[in-house]
Design a protein around this ligand. Structure first.
Ligand code: FMN
Length: 224
């Protein structure tokens, strides 16, 4: 049994009236034809409101057996080609994407009471694109990418610190290139859903989908 005090109660009418996010001035979602432009508008609003990491997103993958997995990553690029994140290719997610190159994303901006879901096929970004992003990272983060065997067992915090010191010494004052085991992926969406909180769980849901990447979007509303 869950502890009643641990889980917040369902809102009553007064709470809904007090906490509802004003929709009057919000970007209207039901006359939009381009989901990427709508996403950009929502992320722009989220950046103003979220206390940190407005670009944080839950990334769901599945291994060859179909067993799902999910974890947070940071969105690093988005345009009509898709949604890009970076990671260690030998991590749990890296292995799963090698076996099953499909993924889903779920953004949740609590300050806006909004959610965006994305599903699609996953492609590696080009080496040039990954190099450019890697070069923009702080030097210590670049060294960390060499030092971390992401998702594999780590004997102690000290072992990680030794690995970082070893890599730092190896590069000295020289350039820190992108490791071969570190790159990015682009999720090329076949569907996106925009969800906006409304009182009494009667939320707005706007669903965009297309049968393949070359087709135009079909837009529909969904029951909450
Ligand atoms: C807010 C947030 C952002 C994160 N961003 C990334 C990221 O961009 N890339 C990444 O590899 N891990 C990121 N992580 C760590 C992952 O959630 C995860 O712990 C790690 O990638 C290993 O996952 P895996 O074993 O499923 O591969 C982030 C974690 C949080 C909480």
């Amino acid at each position: 049994m869950s502890d009643d005090k641990l889980i917040p109660p369902s809102p009553d009418a007064e709470t809904y009236a007090r906490t509802a996010v004003a929709t009057a001035n919000a970007v209207e979602i039901f006359d939009r034809e381009d989901p990427f432009a709508l996403f950009a508008d929502w992320l722009t609003e989220a950046k103003k409101k979220e206390p940190n990491d407005a670009n944080a997103v839950a990334l769901a993958t599945a291994d060859a057996s179909g067993l799902p997995d999910v974890r947070m990553v940071l969105l690093k690029d988005v345009d009509v080609d898709g949604f890009v994140f970076y990671t260690n290719l030998e991590s749990g997610k890296g292995g799963q994407l090698a076996e099953n190159p499909q993924a889903a994303l779920c953004f949740h901006w609590k300050s806006l009471r909004r959610q965006v879901r994305v599903r699609g096929a996953v492609e590696p970004v080009s080496a040039e694109e990954a190099d450019a992003y890697f070069a923009s990272r702080a030097r210590d983060s670049r060294i960390g990418a060499w030092a971390s065997k992401q998702s594999r067992p780590l004997e102690s915090r000290f072992a990680l610190e030794k690995s970082v010191a070893r890599e730092a010494a190896r590069f000295g004052l020289g350039e820190v290139p992108r490791p071969p085991h570190w790159s990015g992926f682009r999720i090329r969406p076949l569907s996106l859903e925009f969800w906006r909180d409304r009182p009494f769980r009667l939320h707005d849901r706007m669903f965009f989908d297309r049968p393949d990447l070359g087709s135009t979007w079909t837009v529909s509303r969904l029951y909450p």
